[in-house]
Design a protein around this ligand. Structure first.
Ligand code: CP
Ligand code: NVA
Length: 313
């Protein structure tokens, strides 16, 4: 059966753990995987901008012997998808040429459609709804800095967006409590929240949404934030910045965890002075650049598992 990463709903807790275990091994022993996907090609479609995701996928695929094809949806090198070719036809055509698809786009339905109509693995490299590759790298980063994810409390501060949604699903898959601290009007998607809560209850973890930042922060092992204005929301920037005023992660907010070793994470790109102060972003508790590096290792592991370069068990 063709496996995908449309969202973390495609991974069980054991499979999530397997990706993170393999990512750690890929990081420690990259040479062992240098020809694991030799002769394979991957179409990487980007309808939104990217620094970390595009570069880490492109470099990572090269490092495991595969050929990455970086494609856009507009301009002279853009896919016909950008001017109306259907997702269904695109999926069928790409399935004849390449062995996998990585896509960053707006609507989740495009990722789901490529998976449904093609015959090759499809990976969500960010949609308006989810950012699962980010969450996988984040689990590796938390494990490296805190020893394990089990029993830890991650507090996500900001808008209930794609990154928040993926972290909410990552919690129960890694034994971690996830609390989203956000203004009432920027709560996470209700369907994703219901699913995350159901998964958490099965896993014996917690998923909560709290508007009061101080209350959410108590006992945090990880404090996580994201840009206040996501790609595609530029026209709403002013409104969002106003609503999120008061949710900036400062030294004082970090201290309110009550724990001396709380780490600070951010998927990046960061906006110092908005969602995080420069002191926290560039301070000793910040692990953001390890987090960025881990995108490479986690995605290499993911592609190995999805494309037959490593086994799931
Ligand atoms: N964190 C992340 O996905 O970064 P890019 O937008 O630069 O890919
Ligand atoms: N929420 C952000 C994440 C960027 C990596 C966005 O969608 O723009």
């Amino acid at each position: 059966m063709t496996r995908h990463l449309r969202s973390l709903l495609d991974l069980s807790p054991a499979e999530t753990n397997r990706v993170v275990d393999l990512a750690a091994d890929v990081k420690a022993n990259p040479g062992n995987y240098s020809s694991a996907l030799a002769g394979k090609s991957v179409a990487m479609i980007f309808a939104k901008q990217s620094t970390r995701t595009r570069i880490s996928f492109e470099v990572g695929l090269h490092q495991v012997g595969a050929q990455p094809l970086v494609l856009s949806t507009s301009g002279g090198t853009g896919m016909q998808m950008g001017r109306g070719e259907t997702v269904e036809d695109t999926a069928k055509v790409l399935s004849r040429f390449v062995h996998g698809i990585v896509i960053r786009t707006f609507g989740q339905e495009q990722v789901d459609g490529l998976a449904e109509h093609g015959s090759i693995p499809v990976v969500n490299a960010l949609t308006d709804l989810y950012h699962p590759c980010q969450a996988l790298a984040d689990l590796l980063t938390i494990r490296e800095h805190l020893g394990k994810t089990e029993g830890k409390k991650l507090v996500y501060v900001g808008a209930g967006n794609n990154v928040a949604h993926s972290l909410m699903l990552a919690g129960p898959r890694s034994g971690m409590d996830v609390v989203v601290a956000c203004p009432e009007s920027l709560r996470p998607n209700a369907t994703v929240l219901d699913r995350a809560r159901a998964d958490a209850s099965k896993a014996g973890t917690r998923c909560a949404v709290i508007t009061d930042l101080a209350e959410a922060m108590t006992g945090a092992d990880v404090v996580y934030t994201d840009t206040w204005v996501s790609m595609g929301e530029e026209e709403e920037a002013k409104r969002l910045m106003k609503i999120l005023d008061g949710y900036t992660i400062t030294e004082q907010v970090m201290a309110s965890s009550g724990k001396p070793n709380t780490i600070f994470m951010h998927c990046l790109p960061a906006h110092r002075g908005d969602e995080v102060s420069a002191e926290v972003m560039d301070g000793p508790r910040s692990v953001v650049f390890d987090e960025a590096e881990n995108r490479l290792h986690a995605q290499k592991a993911l592609m190995l598992l999805l494309m037959g370069g490593a086994s799931w068990s």
